[in-house]
Design a protein around this ligand. Structure first.
Ligand SMILES: NC(=O)c1ccc[n+]([C@@H]2O[C@H](COP(=O)([O-])OP(=O)(O)OC[C@H]3O[C@@H](n4cnc5c(N)ncnc54)[C@H](OP(=O)(O)O)[C@@H]3O)[C@@H](O)[C@H]2O)c1
Length: 244
């Protein structure tokens, strides 16, 4: 019998790495995408030595929406589709960063999911795991550009899940809190060991468990649900004064 397949979009993500290892240990055949040929080769080699498994991949720059649109015309839709890519700029008004945020965090995911949905529906089977963020729960002074693209992503996933209700396709939204990865490099509050900062291994472990249980929405770690409930309860006239 052929192995079940997983495709990880943004396979060089630090959170994706231990997640890929869990899928390999569970007997899945894993393929990845990376934004360039060089990144792809390096990432596949690193993942092969990290997991001890064969990892194959394709180049997909998520800023190139035309390429994203035809991706599944040239590649098989996997049993499990993981979208781990993300882009964050703390410059909330630079035009290129605005475009990158919309394309990488939102538009590419929408286009990929819509393309994969058709095949998954015809099989009546599939799992979708998308890494969103607690930043999408409320627009903050420091990163509202990133937060707004993740908010759009989270809302899309909510409606997409409703559309797929009654089918055997599960959509898991992961609302990540702060994780010490290269994504946050240079941000002092996000360093490993700081309060409320998780490791990629811990987060990946939670995601894999939620995948196996076919959960729909998780916060990683779960205490972020409580934190965000409190953050959302702060009245706007106070919140706008907080330089968070
Ligand atoms: N770390 C956190 O605190 C945190 C918090 C909330 C949510 N998240 C989300 O978790 C996910 C994984 O992030 P991470 O922490 O593992 O950070 P990461 O290691 O920086 O992973 C992000 C990945 O996105 C890829 N990417 C960015 N732009 C791309 C493009 N144009 N085309 C293709 N790939 C592109 C990056 O590729 P390269 O490797 O080539 O740069 C990188 O592999 C992201 O969606 C992020 O938004 C992270």
């Amino acid at each position: 019998m052929s192995k079940s397949t997983v495709l990880v979009v943004g396979g060089n993500s630090d959170i994706a790495k231990p997640l890929i290892k869990s899928f390999c240990n569970y007997g899945y055949e894993v393929s990845i995408t990376c934004r360039s040929e060089e990144k792809l080769q390096n990432t596949c080699n690193n993942l092969i030595s990290y997991t001890g498994n064969k990892i194959i991949g394709s180049v997909l720059d998520l800023n190139d929406i035309d390429a994203v649109k035809v991706f599944f015309e040239h590649h098989q839709v996997p049993q499990v589709l993981v979208i781990a890519a993300g882009f964050m700029s703390l410059d909330n008004d630079a035009y290129d960063d605005v475009l990158n945020s919309i394309k990488v965090n939102y538009l590419s995911a929408v286009v990929l999911l819509n393309a994969a949905k058709k095949e998954m529906l015809s099989r009546n089977c599939g799992d979708i795991i998308v890494l969103s963020s607690v930043a999408g729960e409320r627009g903050r002074y420091s990163n509202y550009l990133y937060g707004s693209s993740k908010a759009a992503l989270t809302q899309f996933l909510s409606g997409f899940r409703a559309r797929l209700y009654g089918t055997n396709i599960n959509v898991l939204t992961v609302k990540c809190g702060v994780v010490a990865t290269k994504f946050n490099q240079g941000i002092s509050y996000a360093k490993e060991g700081r309060v409320l900062v998780s490791t990629p291994e811990k987060v990946a472990n939670m995601i894999f468990k939620a995948f196996k249980k076919r959960k729909q929405v998780i916060y990683t770690p779960s205490y972020w649900a409580l934190i965000m409930r409190s953050v959302k309860a702060i009245p706007e006239f106070i919140f706008r004064r907080l330089k968070l």
